[in-house]
Design a protein around this ligand. Structure first.
Ligand code: AMP
Ligand code: ZN
Length: 467
């Protein structure tokens, strides 16, 4: 295998990947805040992380993948004020916070399945790791990085030598922060490790702690759970680029303050999916869910294909036209492969080109170009199919499964009847009727070919076969 290169946000360079343990990778991906459905922008990031994991697997790494579920502590202003996103929705919908979190967690898992995204080996919920979070906060406190205010225990970012290293924030910017209203915080970039429940309000999710009754800040769950399951440091940490300046800087700060070590060696971030030149986001209410694209007759796999057509460090401007093109490309590929015979051989030349593209910082557009070059080559179809099914271990378009499902379907009686009629027309040399019947069969999504051994029927694969 060739070496793998990733662009590391930490060093701002493309670097050769070296795992801490031979042939093993610890991977942590920030999970969803479960107060609403995921939107297709969120899902773009999870597809990128799936491509990363599958590329590592193709390179014979054994990956241990951990992902959190944020079910408490993420406040409406993304900093330390406002309401807890989950409790807010629970109050609006007259449900418990636990019901809200559980409902959207299940919906998220369904979305991942539909997109053929591999589940993490370990899902971890913030609410099930309160003890672990308190233990990390205690260490941070013992090491002198905290201060108390009326509303919680805060991390003092001025105490950490290289706070903000992911986004190159420096001490000057920290000082600049002092000019804006920072409430009870000492520095603009300080953040809550533990928030107190308000005395005049009864929260649904709250716990006792050495500092008072309350709940963990948003960032501590990732530091506590990632290091609990993967150790410190671990290999790769991912998320969307919006996590760089605050959430990931703070995860790094907490882990460094608690353990005196860098949290993870490689930090990979996915660019935004945009809509009308703006970031797709729940707070701007400019989002589409996976279900909403399915309702417009698009397959989740067409959306997966669409995202692969752009490098993960480039923005995607989502349009329905681009989704249309992606779906057409996917159907074209499936219909091209449909008549394949099994037991073809993987073509080494194309396999190598494909791996080179992916190992160069996950260049999925180039890997798709290699695939289309192979489709246009004059290699035997069985070998093309075997090679593309190998590619699909990473692309994850579920090609072989869709094709075998279509192949195993019985030809409907209605089509069989039309075929018999057409056979009779052919025997009678009634070509006009035979052509008319071929069209009628095509309108019912079946293709008929006249061969030496008679009529051959195959299904024209449509979006219905992908849903
Ligand atoms: P959240 O639930 O807000 O923590 O977001 C879940 C994941 O989606 C995070 O990794 C975010 O960085 C990512 N994300 C949010 N909005 C977008 C977007 N428009 N495009 C791509 N990724 C996004
Ligand atoms: Zn996180």
């Amino acid at each position: 295998m060739t070496e793998i290169k990733f662009y590391n946000t930490l060093t701002k360079k493309k670097e050769t990947f070296k795992s801490i343990k031979k042939n093993k990778v610890g991977l942590y991906t920030c999970g969803l805040t479960v107060y609403n459905f995921a939107h297709i922008g969120n899902l773009r990031t999870y597809i990128f992380e799936d491509i990363l994991r599958r590329t590592l697997m193709l390179n014979n790494y054994q990956v241990k993948h951990v992902q959190n579920i944020t079910d408490v502590g993420h406040l409406t202003d993304d900093a330390d004020q406002g309401e807890d996103k989950i409790e807010k929705i629970a109050n609006q919908e007259k449900k418990t916070a636990w019901e809200i979190a559980d409902f959207y967690t299940q919906a998220f898992k369904q979305d991942l399945k539909k997109l053929n995204i591999l589940y993490p080996h370990i899902w971890c919920k913030a609410t099930e790791h309160i003890k672990e979070q308190i233990a990390v906060i205690k260490k941070i406190e013992q090491n002198g990085f905290t201060y108390l205010t009326d509303d919680g225990l805060y991390f003092d970012t001025s105490k950490l030598k290289n706070y903000g290293r992911l986004s190159n924030q420096n001490k000057d910017e920290l000082q600049a922060g002092k000019r804006v209203d920072i409430g009870l915080k000492k520095n603009h970039t300080d953040f809550a490790l533990w928030k107190f429940s308000k005395t005049n309000e009864k929260r649904q999710m709250e716990w006792d702690s050495p500092w008072g009754k309350g709940f963990p800040g948003w960032h501590i769950e990732c530091s506590a759970m990632a290091t609990n399951y993967l150790g410190v440091p671990f290999d790769i940490h991912c998320g969307g680029i919006d996590h760089i300046p605050v959430h990931h800087n703070n995860e790094i700060a907490q882990t460094e303050a608690a353990e005196g070590k860098l949290m993870a060696n490689y930090w990979l971030h996915c660019e935004f999916l945009l809509i009308n030149d703006d970031k797709m986001s729940k707070s701007k209410n400019n989002f589409f869910t996976l279900q909403s694209i399915i309702e417009k007759n698009y397959s989740p796999l067409a959306f997966r294909y669409l995202t692969l057509n752009t490098h993960y460090r480039q923005k995607i401007s989502f349009t329905w036209q681009s989704l249309d093109q992606a779906q057409n490309a996917l159907l074209k590929l499936l219909n091209f492969l449909a008549p394949y015979q099994k037991n073809g051989k993987i073509i080494a030349e194309f396999k190598n080109k494909f791996i080179l593209a992916l190992n160069d910082d996950l260049n999925t557009p180039k890997s798709l170009a290699v695939m289309w070059e192979l489709v246009k080559s004059n290699k035997p179809l069985a070998d093309i199919a075997a090679t593309i099914f190998y590619f699909d271990k990473v692309l994850g378009l579920n090609l072989e499964k869709i094709l075998s499902k279509v192949k195993s379907q019985k030809i409907p009686t209605e089509i069989k009847t039309l075929l018999l009629k057409r056979e009779k027309a052919r025997q009678e040399k009634n070509w006009e009727l035979a052509d008319k019947l071929r069209l009628e069969i095509l309108n019912k999504n079946y293709l008929v070919a006249d061969t030496n051994t008679g009529q051959k029927i195959s299904k024209n694969i449509t979006v219905l076969d992908l849903l």
